[in-house]
Write a protein that binds this ligand. Sequence first.
Ligand code: Q0N
Length: 286
Amino acid sequence: MSDATHVASGKVREIYALDDERLLLVASDRISTFDVVLPTDIPDKGRVLTGVSAFWFARTREIVPNHLLELRDDGRSMECRRLEMLPIECVVRGYITGSGWKDYQATGEVCGHRLPAGLVESEQLPEPIFTPATKAHTGHDENITREQAAELVGEERFAEAERISLALYRHGSEWAAARGIVLADTKFELGLDPAGRLVLGDEALTPDSSRFWPADSYAAGRGQPSFDKQFVRDYCETRGWDKTPPGPELPDDVVEGTRARYLEAFERLTDIAFDDYLADPEVVVR
Ligand code: Q0N
């Protein structure tokens, strides 16, 4: 870490430059809800996100190459290839929720996809859809049409990004469904390597980049509880917090319950004991 220079901060992750070709991505234990980072950490959350990402990177190499070079022994840091990131977020939705549900209610469409009439909140879509968004550095990502996305990255690149994103979502959602988790939607970031090939970057198919719903309580026609963050959301609601910073500190039982949900997501998805990951993070990529 001593010879790495900090280059960027996300809400819950930090990026350091190792050299001209490599970055270090470090996942903290910070948690955000209603778009605000809370003052209380969830112990091991960063390790869960890094371990789940590395697990998927190892298992989706046949779909698309990825930026992971090495998983560090701390379990929360990944050495990655530096890419030229595409200026779009590659979102895939298998269920109608969030901004997709808002757009559908207003227009009957999401990112130019005309959807069947009469869908209810959280309903599964006939087919997963690719719904790109622009990267907003302040505020919210904005959904854009395929034409707008193709203008930003080029027709050919757009078609390839869509094909890759849909294939990743199908793989992840089938795997998760078999383990009692509905992967409602997810966001990928793709970049170009020096040869101009598309490479999967960022984190992938984690609870922070996706909506995970518990399959056993899923029912269309209402909002769904979050697999990982529901205790935090419920606590924030009972506090009557107005969702502007600063957020409330979390009591120990909410921290422990939330940590248990992250660990459960890790173990259900990977079929690996979290303690085995802590002892040797490389277990997720073997
Ligand atoms: C990069 N972001 C936005 C970490 C992720 N492999 C890469 N090469 C060049 N740039 C990036 C990556 C990656 N991944 C991606 N910023 C830089 C997403 N960030 C948000 C903060 O946490």
